[in-house]
Design a protein around this ligand. Structure first.
Ligand SMILES: C[S@@+](CC[C@H](N)C(=O)[O-])C[C@H]1O[C@@H](n2cnc3c(N)ncnc32)[C@H](O)[C@@H]1O
Length: 283
């Protein structure tokens, strides 16, 4: 039973961190002509209207993308690709003014990938996979599967071009998601050790969440742990930040995040109660 709908959270601080890292990694992979595959095991719908009932419920985007756009001029040039996708999805709205929609990870990939690259998207929620399919029906490079991305990933590795970027972005509503992330990566690294893998995870006051980065670091592959804590832990369930764990990261990413994380904390974090982590292992 899937109850999570990403529309409630679109454009929040966690999406901003995730999608900036995603666009930086894509920019890096495009430095070589050779095609690569983008595999999104938990794709969502690909685009989110910020005036929908879901997005308006907690208006999470107001402390995420809305704040970032206000401070856009303070951000380094290398965030240009990220903003180009946010701009494009809003270009038809209000004559280009205002923030009406926020792109999902498949939209970032579709806009930033080249003709020779390929997208493979998995989304298991029946309604969201239908929306994803209709958003991408004219996208010739893309295949959408309404099935379990943890399972589907296996069959795609290694990809024909021997170059791939895999985003693993589960909702973690089911406790098993934590263990599945680790076991799917163990398997994926056996099949295709040189791929770039990115795992999103929440910062939550629960044991599985706290353990996950250590478990990922133990996978014996070069990695970069990137975390943005926007607040102090509050209560038993509240998400107080998020992380992106990148396996086989581009060499540039560490320096880029060193510059960016203090800015993201200042823009999206609660003053005096926010922090970040940037930690490389195994390189
Ligand atoms: C956090 S959202 C994805 C957001 C998206 N990656 C983005 O950045 O725009 C997680 C999605 O995974 C879907 N989902 C949950 N379990 C899944 C599974 N085992 N396989 C594929 N999709 C799954 C949920 O329905 C939800 O839409």
């Amino acid at each position: 039973m899937l109850s999570y709908r990403h529309a409630f959270h679109a454009g929040n601080h966690a999406d901003v961190l995730k999608h900036i890292v995603l666009s930086l990694v894509i920019d890096y992979l495009k430095q070589k002509e050779k095609p690569f595959w983008y595999i999104d095991t938990h794709a969502g719908t690909g685009a989110y209207a910020l005036d929908s009932l879901e997005a308006k419920k907690n208006t999470e985007y107001e402390s995420g993308i809305a704040r970032l756009l206000e401070r856009r001029s303070a951000l380094p040039e290398f965030t240009q690709s990220y903003f180009s996708v946010v701009d494009a999805i809003n270009a038809d709205e209000l004559n280009g003014e205002g923030l009406k929609s926020y792109p999902g990870s498949p939209a970032f990939a579709a806009q930033l990938l080249r003709e020779q690259d390929r997208l493979r998207l998995f989304e298991m929620h029946p309604q969201d996979s239908e929306i994803l399919r209709s958003n991408f029906q004219r996208e010739r490079r893309t295949v959408v599967a309404a099935s379990d991305g943890f399972v589907g990933l296996k069959a795609l590795l290694p990809p024909p071009s021997r170059r791939a970027l895999v985003l693993i972005d589960p909702p973690y509503e089911l406790k098993e998601d934590y263990a599945r992330v680790v076991s799917v990566l163990e398997d994926a690294l056996r099949r295709f050790a040189t791929g770039t893998y990115m795992v999103w995870y929440p910062l939550l006051p629960r044991a599985e969440a706290a353990r996950l980065p250590q478990q990922l670091a133990a996978l014996a592959a070069p990695s970069l742990r990137i975390e943005l804590r926007v607040n102090e832990p509050q209560g038993e369930f509240g998400m107080y930040g998020s992380g992106m764990f990148v396996i086989n990261p581009p060499w540039l990413l560490r320096d880029q995040m060193k510059l960016l994380l203090p800015l993201l904390r200042e823009i999206m974090g609660a003053p005096g109660r926010s922090d970040f982590v940037l930690e490389a292992t195994g390189s």
